[in-house]
Ligand binder design. Structure first.
Ligand SMILES: [Zn+2]
Length: 425
């Protein structure tokens, strides 16, 4: 089923994201929605407690006959999904559309709109619309800019069709080819705080890039300053790990509950595993404390298949799977988020489990997504329709390593707020 073996390492259950989501979090949210919708008169409760449409034929859109995978609800079955007034109105067998708007999803997967917690979609005005066609109905720009020019990213987020939010780079000049914070003066917590204050509605955290070529020997101090800026607003820090001069056991104790480690499959130096391939105790401890671990696929230095294999064999699965997307991604090994999800199918995760990493789990990381990542009745009607194709598919890591997988997910259609997104607009 949907059990994540990470739970074995987490007595508090915190690190069994799928099971936690299904057993408590998702159910609690569903009940709230049901109460809300009943109060709003949008749906009526049948005597059995099941929800029915308030008026026959009142749906705006019906997605028919797909395999509906909603990890938050523990659902994996052939169902129709009916949408009315921008919300999920019903999920049931054989819903009559009562109207002309039907998506034929037979043979396809119907999943909650995908949430990508590490992108650089804010660097291009066209970025958000491009990933919307991949099924991504919510995104985070992870540190493309610092205090000096974060307004550029905020402007893209503000005009995006789907919810987009911004992590401010603690390096005030953003991503620099010569290294964001090799000059430690660039890690300017006061400037970051001032910028967050100016864009409090759209900046949702702080990014600290800690690789040798980015922060050099300043990595620890850069992270300390990132926390200084973030905690003033109660926000998380996302660290870009891998190839840092300081080993992770020195850096991880600076992370608090809700912070995010991205590029979790980065090879040494400063990987999450030791020289014998065993997970570091400090990494297990961080997860127990409530730190999230994210894939952050990218193209350079972040993913190597032998590291993925070693980590996954120890059942240390990602909480979230993200792309590290930018405008060149369609022609690199990233391609799109469905492709990045497909890679983990080769390392023991099931289709519902990888879907959970970009829906239910991602919705827990940033509050902007808290009512998304599910298809429960009353939820925002953001839906990704995907094709799961069988065949021989090549997947490339960041070191020209190639593996061949037997399945790959492809985007087929996206629905945002109940409205189908034109595929090639
Ligand atoms: Zn990135």
């Amino acid at each position: 089923m949907l059990t994540n073996p990470n739970g074995a390492d987490a007595p508090d259950g915190r690190c069994d994201p799928v099971a936690v989501t299904r057993a408590s979090f998702g159910r609690t949210r569903a009940i709230h929605r049901r109460e809300f919708l009943l109060a709003a008169g949008l749906v009526v409760a049948a005597p059995s407690g099941r929800l029915l449409a308030g008026q026959a034929g009142s749906y705006d859109l019906v997605i028919k006959g797909g395999r509906v995978i909603d990890p938050a609800a523990g659902l994996d079955a052939i169902r129709d999904v009916a949408i009315a007034r921008g919300r999920i109105a019903a999920v049931a067998v054989d819903i009559s559309s009562g109207g002309p708007n039907v998506i034929d999803a037979r043979g396809k997967l119907v999943v909650p709109g995908l949430l990508d917690v590490h992108t650089h979609a804010g660097r291009s005005a066209d970025g958000p619309r491009a990933i919307l066609r991949d099924g991504v109905t919510g995104w985070i720009d992870a540190g493309s800019q610092g205090a000096d020019r974060v307004a550029d990213i905020v402007a893209v987020a503000r005009s995006a069709p789907q919810p987009g939010r911004v992590l401010i780079n603690i390096g005030r000049a953003g991503i620099l080819p010569a290294g964001d914070t090799l000059d430690v003066a660039n890690a300017d917590a006061a400037a970051a705080r001032e910028a967050i204050g100016r864009h409090r509605d759209l900046i949702v955290g702080v990014k600290a890039r800690l690789s040798d070529t980015v922060a050099g020997s300043n990595d620890y101090e850069v992270l300390r300053r990132a926390q200084d800026a973030a905690t003033a607003f109660g926000l998380p820090v996302m660290i870009h790990m891998g190839q840092s001069l300081s080993p992770l056991p020195k850096l991880l104790p600076l992370l608090k509950r809700g912070d995010i480690v991205t590029h979790m499959f980065a090879p040494p130096p400063s990987s999450i595993i030791d020289e014998n391939g065993r997970l570091l105790p400090a990494v297990l401890d961080a997860r127990r404390r409530g730190v999230w671990f994210d894939v952050g696929n990218g193209v350079n230095g972040h993913v190597r298949w032998d590291i993925v294999d070693l980590v996954m064999k120890q059942k240390f699965w990602p909480d979230t799977i993200s792309t590290d997307w930018n405008t060149t991604s369609p022609t690199t090994g990233v391609v799109d988020l469905p492709n990045c999800l497909s890679k983990l199918l080769n390392y023991g995760m099931s289709v519902p489990q990888v879907i959970a990493c970009a829906t239910a789990n991602a919705s827990r990381v940033f509050p902007v997504f808290k009512d998304r990542g599910t298809l429960t009745v009353g939820a925002q009607a953001d839906v990704a329709v995907l094709e799961l194709r069988d065949g021989a598919f090549e997947f490339e890591d960041n070191y020209k390593g190639r593996i061949t997988g037997r399945q790959r997910l492809f985007p087929f259609a996206t629905v945002l707020g109940g409205v189908p997104v034109p595929r090639f607009s």
